[in-house]
Design a protein around this ligand. Structure first.
Ligand code: ATP
Ligand code: PRP
Ligand code: MG
Length: 282
């Protein structure tokens, strides 16, 4: 039985469970359940605090875990990434009060830096040759400067709204560019059961990043149109009842789909349809 850790709370919990459900796995109905047994797929899911997941996976107690890249790095546990999941995107940045003085990482020398990710920050400071006092807080880190316990912070930045609300500006390079990832213990054995779960999740990640385009195209314009939609291997073409036209089907990147549809229309394609893909194996 494969044992897999899933976030039980926080930003990643909802999307992680939704992605597993989309990949065909049983997920919990009760928020307070800590385990779910999916006998059909021979997987047991453990719903754990996101910060703890890398510790369980690194110890070898659990085979795989879904967590944030920043959390995995901060844990210091011996884990490696198998798959990036394309949600929970954030950056991890230093920030300090906005003002005439523009902060640099070197200015942190001898200062107090509040964070919920102390290892990530300590390692980054060491790389910069800076010695500072790292103060560990559980959350609401942005308020620590006005409450007088820190001079600067290092925290997760999503939209940047929380920083702005507290009159803070980010500075220095990103300490970490994070998203939700699947991790396993470093150097652990290749196993068919693990590979299968990863392949199913990969199928959902691809499906979310692509759409299926269908369109009709006059035969003489096929070369031009299929240059716009080469597909992943090659587009599917089917004859229409009217022999002068062909139906074409190809996967395209979701982000680029609107521009591609414009270009197809300009080439002379008609009835251009875009549809979602639920899951796939490529
Ligand atoms: N806007 C965001 N705020 C917080 N975390 C985010 C955001 N966007 C992505 N994440 C990611 O979510 C993970 C944080 O998980 P965590 O459980 O701390 O969530 P949380 O929403 O902060 O929960 P908690 O209420 O327990 O602090 C990190 O990997 C982080 O990069
Ligand atoms: O850039 P933004 O979109 O504003 O998001 C970033 C904020 O969201 C998170 O806080 P969370 O709500 O998780 O509270 P916490 O500080 O208690 O973890 C994070 O720690 C930042 O404070
Ligand atoms: Mg948080």
């Amino acid at each position: 039985m494969l044992r897999v850790a899933v976030p039980n709370k926080g930003t990643l919990a909802g999307p992680a469970s939704e992605m597993l459900a989309e990949a065909g796995y049983r997920q919990r109905h009760e928020q307070r359940d800590l385990t779910v047994l999916d006998t059909a797929n021979e997987v047991e899911f453990f719903f754990l605090r996101p910060k703890d997941i890398a510790i369980y996976v690194g110890s070898g107690e659990l085979d795989l875990g879904l967590t944030g890249r920043d959390l995995a790095r901060d844990s210091g546990a011996p884990v490696e990434e198998r798959l990036a999941l394309g949600f929970g995107g954030s950056t991890f940045r230093y920030a300090a009060p906005a003002g005439p003085h523009e902060w640099t990482v070197a200015d942190l020398q001898g200062k107090r830096i509040a964070t919920s990710y102390p290892k990530l920050v300590t390692n980054d400071l060491a790389q910069h040759g800076v010695t500072a006092d790292v103060i560990r807080l559980e959350g609401a880190v942005e308020i620590s400067i006005q409450l007088g316990v820190a001079d600067a912070i290092a925290d997760v930045v999503g939209s940047g709204r929380t920083l702005r609300q507290h009159g803070l500006v980010a500075f220095g390079d990103q300490i970490c560019n994070s998203e939700a990832v699947v991790i396993e213990r470093r150097g652990s054995d290749e196993e068919q059961a693990k590979n299968q779960l990863i392949a199913r999740l990969q199928g959902v990640v691809f499906a979310q990043q692509y759409v299926m385009l269908d369109y009709n195209c006059p035969r003489e314009l096929l070369d031009d149109a299929t240059k716009v939609t080469p597909g992943l291997e090659s587009p599917t073409m089917s004859p229409l009842a009217d022999d002068r036209w062909v139906a074409v089907r190809a996967m395209v990147s979701r982000k680029e789909a609107p521009a591609i549809m414009d270009r197809l229309a300009a080439v002379g394609a008609r009835a251009i349809l875009s549809s979602d893909i639920r899951a796939c194996r490529l």
